[in-house]
Design a binder for this molecule. Structure first.
Ligand code: ZN
Length: 344
């Protein structure tokens, strides 16, 4: 089969036209991949930064966001049959640890992620356990179904924080930050403020439903947001940037007793004023990882079926798998926001 392989300890991926087709185990499903999404994680793997070098096994097929059609099922699979259009939760666990057994499999200690720890979906075929399969509603187009993974991150963050009838600040409008704006709006946020360095992304944030957008380098914006929120600050902070300055500013704009949900990953440990921003403020801080299995997926489907999510403008580019270099460059340069590749 055709596949993109992390072929060496260095930047880039290699197109392999002759990768052996994976063989599903008894409880696995073999999926013929239709479309895939390129994630920020794939950028780390492409650029081969410190994180990727320490985590990604050389020789792996990368990619974890996809939609496809079931081609074959293992002998013990009972819920699925060939022909069903599906995506999948990429976090594979044995289901045996404390968190898996108490409804929190998304933070299981034995999680292995497709395209990171085991072969992924930048290929004609991918194998996942039956429990990870998510059947895609027929009304959801492939272009959207290919990016349910990051959309699920946004839904998880917004739902964990609770935004209904609340003012929300989104710091960082990358892919998931932008998605979180349309999700927060659909979930009933009263007003949404957003910050980003990139003027094009700020403009898109506004289009997707942000009440007001700010360049975080203009220092007056925090006071402006606080003034707009009874002089006290926003009810909810969704931190999507992984920038230490955004942490400082975001918490500066959060009201006492507010909720902060943190999804952005920081490049290095940061110095942060916990006394001022968390303890005396009496706020709640939530770390967000992955998607709840499968509560987030059900919520995401409901939000998609409501027709209130605007995702068309977030998925900006599509390339065939063979043009993976152009696809990655379009994403890395910032020219594209969400870039999708067509496989099948
Ligand atoms: Zn992803």
């Amino acid at each position: 089969m055709r596949a993109l392989v992390k072929h060496h300890s260095g930047p880039g991926l290699k197109f392999d036209a002759d990768r052996p087709k994976p063989i599903p185990g008894a409880r696995d499903v073999l999926i013929r991949v239709t479309k895939v999404g390129i994630c920020g994680t794939d950028r780390h793997i492409w650029e081969w930064d410190e994180w990727a070098a320490g985590r990604i096994p050389v020789g792996i097929v990368t990619g974890h966001e996809f939609v496809g059609v079931i081609e074959a099922v293992g002998s013990a699979v009972t819920n699925y049959a060939p022909g069903v259009r599906v995506s999948a939760e990429g976090h594979v666990t044995a289901g045996k640890d404390f968190n898996s057994r108490t409804g929190n499999a998304h933070i299981a200690s034995d999680t292995r992620i497709i395209g990171i720890d085991r072969d992924g979906c930048f290929a004609e075929y991918v194998v996942v356990p039956e429990e990870n399969v998510w059947p895609v509603h027929p009304s959801i187009p492939d272009r959207v179904a290919a990016v349910l993974d990051p959309l699920g991150n946004a839904v998880h963050t917004v739902m964990a924080a609770g935004v209904s009838a609340k003012s929300v600040l989104v710091t960082g409008t990358g892919i998931i930050g932008l998605m979180s704006i349309t999700v927060a709006k659909a979930a009933g946020a009263s007003r949404i403020f957003a910050t980003d360095l990139d003027p094009r992304r700020r403009a898109l944030a506004k289009k997707l439903g942000a009440t007001e957008v700010f360049d975080p380098r203009e220092s007056a914006w925090i006071d402006e947001v606080r003034r707009a929120c009874r002089g006290e600050g926003v009810d909810v902070l969704l931190e999507m940037s992984g920038a230490s300055a955004a942490m400082e500013q975001g918490f500066g704009a959060l009201r006492n007793g507010g909720v902060a949900a943190l999804l952005g990953l920081f490049g290095r440990p940061l110095t942060f004023d916990f006394n001022r921003h968390v303890i005396f403020k009496g706020c709640t801080v939530l770390g967000i990882n992955g998607r709840k299995m499968f509560e987030t997926w059900y919520q995401m489907e409901e939000l998609l079926l409501s027709g209130r999510l605007e995702l068309e403008e977030i998925v900006t580019h599509e390339f065939p798998l063979e043009e993976f270099e152009r696809a990655h460059e379009t994403m890395i340069s910032g020219e594209g926001i969400k870039v999708v590749m067509a496989v099948g």
